[in-house]
Design a protein around this ligand. Structure first.
Ligand SMILES: N[C@@H](CCC(=O)N[C@@H](CS)C(=O)NCC(=O)O)C(=O)O
Length: 211
């Protein structure tokens, strides 16, 4: 059976999973869903109710990083291979973006929902991006010519920070991060990952072969 991917186009976690599937040329049936109207078929296989979910006949992966690891089980020649030092930096940064950066990003974007001052959280995002700036020399990707799992894992979140207020974002000093994001957003991988699909309708069974 072709694995089934429940996905939401704009979700940064689903985005990174889709990019890994593209890079590894792993075919699946993509079912585009709405977070406010999750299909029972998805909730039946993963009660967590988050996307992405990758469903196989005999197992379900419902964490984006697990989907990335599964996709990369057979090495993808177009993906950067980490040195040991790079791997530990990548682990540290993915962890930082998934926890602290995401925490502040949510409060920056949805300050009224959280009852907080968005400026405090915008500043926290800035500090993290400035620290990233000090650690990387993108050329054009973080580790050189080939895209890395670090690139695909953190850039969707940095993009959300840009979208929250592009004027502010582009006026900041983290120029290497801005260049990296521009390169990412203008590339084929992103274009392919962001292709639009009709919503999945179980009555029509109109999933899409992806990638
Ligand atoms: N740790 C999960 C997080 C996934 C996640 O939180 N996805 C969001 C969308 S971006 C979601 O599905 N939220 C549920 C909802 O909004 O109802 C992963 O890496 O896959």
């Amino acid at each position: 059976m072709t694995p089934i991917l429940y996905s939401f186009r704009r979700c940064p976690y689903a985005m990174r999973a889709r990019m890994a599937l593209i890079l590894a040329s792993k075919k699946c049936e993509l079912r585009e869903i709405l977070l406010k109207d999750k299909p029972d078929e998805m909730l039946k296989v993963s009660s967590k109710g988050t996307v992405p979910v990758l469903q196989f006949t005999n197992k379900v992966l419902d964490e984006s990083l697990d989907i990335i690891s599964w996709a990369m089980e057979s090495p993808a020649s177009n993906v950067h291979i980490y040195s040991e030092a790079e791997e530990s930096l990548a682990l540290e940064l993915v962890q930082l973006f998934d926890s602290k950066f995401k925490y502040h990003l949510d409060r920056y974007k949805y300050s009224s929902r959280y009852g907080v001052d968005p400026r405090d959280h915008q500043q926290e995002c800035r500090v993290i991006l400035e620290n990233l700036e000090a650690k990387i020399k993108p050329n054009p990707w973080i580790f050189g010519n080939a895209v890395s799992l670090l690139d695909i894992s953190i850039l969707p979140f940095i993009r959300q920070c840009k979208i929250a207020n592009p004027d502010w974002f582009f006026a900041q000093d983290f120029v290497k991060v801005i260049d990296l994001l521009n390169y990412f957003e203008n590339g084929n991988l992103f274009a392919q990952a962001m292709q639009k699909y009709d919503l999945w309708d179980p009555t029509k069974n109109n999933g899409n072969i992806f990638p």
